[in-house]
Structures are given as structure tokens and as C-alpha cells.
Design a protein around this ligand. Structure first.
Ligand SMILES: [Fe+2]
Ligand SMILES: [Fe+2]
Length: 267
């Protein structure tokens, strides 16, 4: 029987985006059908850098052009940036499984639920990527047509040895930031009457709340068992692993729905 770690490593080492998407869905289907074992045979380990296609070219964020949403080019630029985030999110969720499925900071009693959560997130991210990539095709562009932000994997590398840090930075900082900014993107797209793109972002927004909730749930789980003060531990990890500070405005309503209280992120 294939192991869950092998399946997650396959997602990470697949280069072509649509093949990666397929591997993510396949992992989720096999896992839900109990066709992947928990066994840790140590055969595969998560690569430091997941495979990615030759394009998009990765450039520093300062070199990315911002364009007005009124033009098709502007909307494609926004959607392309989101596609790149979703592509990285597939890798982040697969890496959570590949790297941390056997973490000793998760009890054996909780392990199945922990893996199920991140396999589910990986499945969602693959679907998000597909929705945005298809929308780009409708607008006669594609993922890879524009340069993209080179820094999205940095947080993954910085937190590769510490599950609590990974939970703090990936779902609780980065995905929560997505909750802060997405409602305005939806509004702006509706203002230029791109309802198709806005509707896709509405679906993504709803599902991202559950991703932040999963991150918060497992972070709290670790804190409780290790007798750590949640807020200060979170803040210490953010200081250690996240280059910039957490800046308002925060979407408190969505963050509260994810069980992530303001005492963590309000300075
Ligand atoms: Fe997503
Ligand atoms: Fe997500």
C-alpha cells in the first residue's frame, strides 16, 4: 500500500501545474477511501523546493507591475497573482502532509484527523488553482504568462523544522491575510463588472476560512499539550519567521469565524 507521505511527495515533485492538481485530487481520493497508509517507511521525504514549471518567471515583488482592473490586462495580472498563490498553496498543503504527518507534536490519536485536514486543504487549493487558471484561459491568458512573486516559498523553508511555526505562518498569517484582502478584490472586480472572476473569489474566500480554522485548531492543540501560552508563542514565532509585521486592516469577522481571536494579531 502506498503511504500518505509518498502521495504528498508526489504532489510536491510534480512539475506541470495541471498534473500537480491531478496528483493532489488523487491523494485526497485515495486517502478518503482509506487506500493510503499512515506508515512511516521513510522512503520519501519532502523536497526543500517543490517542482514548478519553467514559467512563470519568478521576480521580486518590487518588479511586479500593478495595473488597473478596468482593463483585461489588469484583471489578468490580478488573477495571475492569485493563481500563483494557489499554486504555492497546493505545495504548502502537500508539504504539511509530507513533512509533518508523523510529527511527534501530534498525538497518535489525533494523527488521522490532522492528516485529513491538510489533505482536504490540498484538494481545495488544487480546485482553487484550476478555477483561476481556467478563468485566465477565458481571458486569453494563462498561468505562466506573466512574472510572479519569488518570495512565497520563503516562509515554508524558514518553518520546515517546526510544525508550530509552520501553522503560525502559513495558515494563521498568510492565509488569514488572504481573508483580509479578498473582500475588496471581489468588490473591485464587481465594480468593473467582471462577475465571473468575482464569483470564483467568493468561493475561494469561503473555503479559506476553513483553512485558517484548521491552522488555528492544530496550533491550539499543540499549545495546550505543551502548556504554552498561545498568544505569546504565536507572536514569538511570527517575529522569528516572518519578515514583515502584521498590518491592519484585519478582517475580524472572518478571522473570528476561523476561531482566530484578535488578541493574537492586534499589537
Ligand atoms: Fe486557496
Ligand atoms: Fe488555503
Amino acid at each position: 500500500m502506498q503511504t500518505i507521505t509518498d502521495a504528498a511527495c508526489q504532489v510536491l515533485t510534480t512539475q506541470d501545474p495541471m498534473d500537480k492538481v491531478r496528483m493532489a485530487h488523487q491523494m485526497a481520493n485515495l486517502w478518503r477511501d482509506n487506500l493510503l497508509s499512515h506508515e512511516n517507511n521513510g522512503e520519501h521525504t519532502a523536497p526543500l523546493n517543490p517542482a514548478r514549471p519553467k514559467t512563470p518567471e519568478l521576480v521580486s515583488q518590487n518588479n511586479l507591475r500593478r495595473r488597473r482592473l478596468g482593463s483585461i490586462e489588469g484583471r489578468c495580472a490580478l488573477l495571475h497573482a492569485i493563481a500563483h498563490i494557489e499554486f504555492n498553496a497546493i505545495n504548502l498543503a502537500a508539504d504539511m502532509v509530507a513533512r509533518f504527518a508523523h510529527s511527534t507534536r501530534i498525538t497518535d490519536a489525533d494523527r488521522h484527523a490532522f492528516i485529513s485536514d491538510w489533505v482536504g486543504v490540498c484538494d481545495d487549493e488544487a480546485r482553487h488553482f484550476t478555477m483561476i487558471a481556467n478563468r485566465l484561459l477565458e481571458l486569453e491568458s494563462h498561468y505562466g504568462a506573466l512574472p510572479a512573486h519569488d518570495g512565497l516559498w520563503r516562509a515554508a523553508i524558514s518553518t520546515k523544522d517546526d510544525l508550530a511555526a509552520r501553522l503560525a505562518i502559513a495558515p494563521m498569517v498568510l492565509e488569514a491575510r488572504g481573508l483580509d484582502v479578498t473582500p475588496n478584490m471581489i468588490k473591485n472586480l464587481e465594480n468593473v463588472r467582471d462577475f465571473e472572476s468575482a464569483d470564483i473569489l467568493k468561493i475561494i474566500y469561503q473555503e479559506e476560512i476553513a483553512h485558517v480554522a484548521a491552522g488555528t485548531h492544530w496550533f491550539f492543540n499543540i499549545c495546550e499539550r505543551e502548556n504554552r501560552k498561545k498568544e505569546t508563542y504565536f507572536q514569538d514565532l511570527v517575529k522569528q519567521h516572518f519578515q514583515s509585521t502584521l498590518n491592519p486592516p484585519f478582517n475580524e469577522k472572518a478571522r473570528n469565524m476561523a476561531g482566530f481571536p484578535p488578541s493574537f494579531y492586534n499589537p
